[in-house]
Design a protein around this ligand. Structure first.
Ligand SMILES: [Zn+2]
Length: 577
């Protein structure tokens, strides 16, 4: 068996997908959840354990476990193989046939990041690290926490990373592509990070793909500096700490979003493990989609200053657009999340997060500060300020209820506004759903489900089916022909084998026959299969009889009595059978 097949047969697609998407069991072998490939509020993403296949009935995404990992992690096929074989401890044969130049470069970059992370870590604990250690001490970061987060130190020399990578024989091209060093005009390199506290940034599967560096010199202009974008690191897709936070997010049923590395570290150390940050960019819709795969509830806790508040405002609108349920934490005393945890203690912070208010009350408070609520104009302006966020709610009833609440909160007469609002907002529609392909008859559906998983049924039924004309009238005719061909060639007849031998239209038919809602969840029995064959035979008989009857009548009408008699005899013979 080729390695790809071997891997696929020893890895469970449900287990793999569950690491990225919350799935709910909806039948003995079927799971459903919100699609990670498009924005939706009701689950149309389904995973089938029998056929080891996923399919979204909203956007049409479908495939096997390797396709899922490739698309979700945005990596090559070879890397998906490697990732799964490492995770499940299946030794992978050393062959380069799957490896293209880009994949090779990516592998080198992962290795470079691993080496550099180790060096930064040991710098921190060595004789060159006292300033960095004392900064961590001042911020109240325990050495054990620093180790858990892989925090390190980039020294002042500006040559350590370059030397390390050169000594490990990285090529100049690889060094330049790493984003960790910069090139001078004369072609030589120097380190991007100097005298900074270093935070490794991981991808969702926990590999280091970039660094964020905090300046230790107060005179330094850029307080924070991040790796440049590379093959591994696309800022807008990465959430800091997501790989560590995802199990906490599942357990608590919410994401806590903060602004910076230190906030994440402080909040996480306080026991709130569901915390992430969008570092080095303002929040993007790709980042929201990554968190939404784990929970659609979010608590936003940005810095209390003006910049933090307007970042929160922007983020709230984006979060609502992506269908998240948003609450906002406000910490008193002008403290940021990290300071609050240190000064007031972990349990006080947890209480604040648990008591976070629905986002529109927070926005209403913002409006109160911005506009003069003593005048009718001011109140109206405040209300206008809130409207965009309310309009983003896709549920009409919820929208109207919120308008009412907020109007009351601000002391504005809701009546006329509601009237306008009803007209303006109309009914928003969710994204159009792709039309399903032609529907497949229950008989065809049952037979396909049976033949794909049951060897005995194939041995007994395929020879009979091949003789029957009924198959020629199946919507799924081509699928059956491909299945017969596989069976004849003695190859394994599994969903994925069949899938690769079909064109797009028949593939969609196969998916709808085998995975669609409404298909029975337990595999059909051989007896059911035999009953189907008998039903098909009967209907074949029935159609031959009615054809003959029609021909007898036609012959009589034409006065061709000899022919009519011959056909009538044939009809009688069939009926005796
Ligand atoms: Zn989808």
């Amino acid at each position: 068996m080729d390695f790809v097949e071997q891997l696929k047969s020893s890895v469970d697609i449900v287990q793999v997908i569950e690491e990225y998407v919350r799935l709910r069991k909806s039948g003995p072998t079927r799971y459903v959840g919100l699609c990670p490939f498009h924005t939706e509020k009701t689950p149309s993403f389904s995973v089938n354990a029998t056929h080891q296949f996923y399919k979204c009935f909203g956007c049409g995404a479908c495939g096997d476990v390797l396709k899922f990992v490739t698309e979700l992690e945005r990596i090559s096929f070879y890397e998906a193989l490697k990732l799964l074989s490492e995770r499940f401890g299946i030794p992978m044969p050393k062959r380069s046939e799957y490896s293209d130049p880009e994949t090779k470069l990516r592998a080198a970059l992962y290795q470079a990041h691993e080496l550099v992370e180790q060096m930064f870590r040991s710098n921190l604990e060595s004789s060159i690290g006292p300033e960095a250690r004392s900064y961590l001490g001042k911020r109240g970061v325990d050495p054990a926490v620093a180790r858990e987060f892989g925090i390190g130190y980039a020294d002042r020399s500006g040559r350590s990373v370059v030397r390390l990578l050169e000594s490990r024989n990285f090529t100049p091209e690889q060094m330049e592509a790493s984003g960790l060093v910069l090139k001078r005009d004369d072609g030589t390199f120097y380190d991007r990070f100097r005298h900074r506290l270093m935070f490794p940034i991981h991808n969702e599967s926990g590999k280091v793909i970039a660094f964020g560096g905090r300046a230790l010199d107060p005179g330094e202009q850029a307080k924070y500096l991040n790796s440049s974008e590379t093959l591994l690191y696309r800022k807008s897709y990465v959430l800091y700490n997501l790989h560590r936070a995802k199990s906490g997010i599942r357990q608590s049923g919410r994401v806590v979003l903060v602004e910076g590395y230190m906030d994440v570290v402080g909040v996480y150390a306080s026991g709130v493990h569901e915390v992430v940050a969008s570092c080095g960019t303002s929040l993007t819709s790709q980042q929201v989609q990554s968190m939404r795969r784990h929970s659609d509830k979010i608590v936003v806790n940005f810095d209390p200053d003006a910049a933090g508040a307007s970042a929160a405002e922007r983020s709230i609108n984006l979060l609502l657009d992506e269908g998240m349920h948003v609450r906002v934490v406000e910490l008193d005393g002008g403290l940021d999340p990290d300071e609050y945890c240190k000064q007031r203690g972990a349990s006080a912070y947890v209480e604040k997060v648990n008591g976070a208010k629905n986002y529109f009350y927070w926005l209403a408070d913002r409006a109160r500060g911005k506009f003069d609520m003593r005048t009718a104009e001011g109140r109206m302006a405040g209300f206008q300020f809130l409207l965009p966020a309310v309009q983003r709610l896709s549920n009409r009833l919820e929208r109207l209820a919120v308008v009412n609440d907020v109007a009351g909160y601000l002391g504005v007469a809701a009546g006329p506004i509601l009237e306008n609002f009803r007209k303006a907002a109309g009914d928003r529609r969710e994204k159009a759903v792709r039309p399903e392909p032609e529907s497949v008859r229950p008989v065809e559906r049952l037979l396909l489900n049976l033949l794909l998983v049951n060897v005995e049924a194939r041995e007994r039924l395929v020879p009979e089916l091949k003789r029957m004309h009924a198959v020629e009238r199946f919507t799924t005719r081509k699928i059956f022909e491909a299945l017969f061909a596989l069976d004849e060639a003695g190859e394994s007849v599994a969903f994925s084998q069949l899938d690769t031998r079909l064109d797009e239209n028949d593939r969609a038919l196969l998916v709808s026959a085998v995975l669609a809602d409404g298909t029975s969840d337990s595999s059909p029995s051989l007896e059911q299969g035999e009953a189907c064959l008998r039903a098909l035979e009967n209907s074949e008989h029935e159609s031959r009889r009615s054809q003959l009857k029609a021909r007898v009548k036609a012959a009589e009408r034409d006065g061709n009595f000899a022919e009519a008699l011959r056909l009538a005899e044939e009809l009688a013979r069939i009926e005796r059978e």
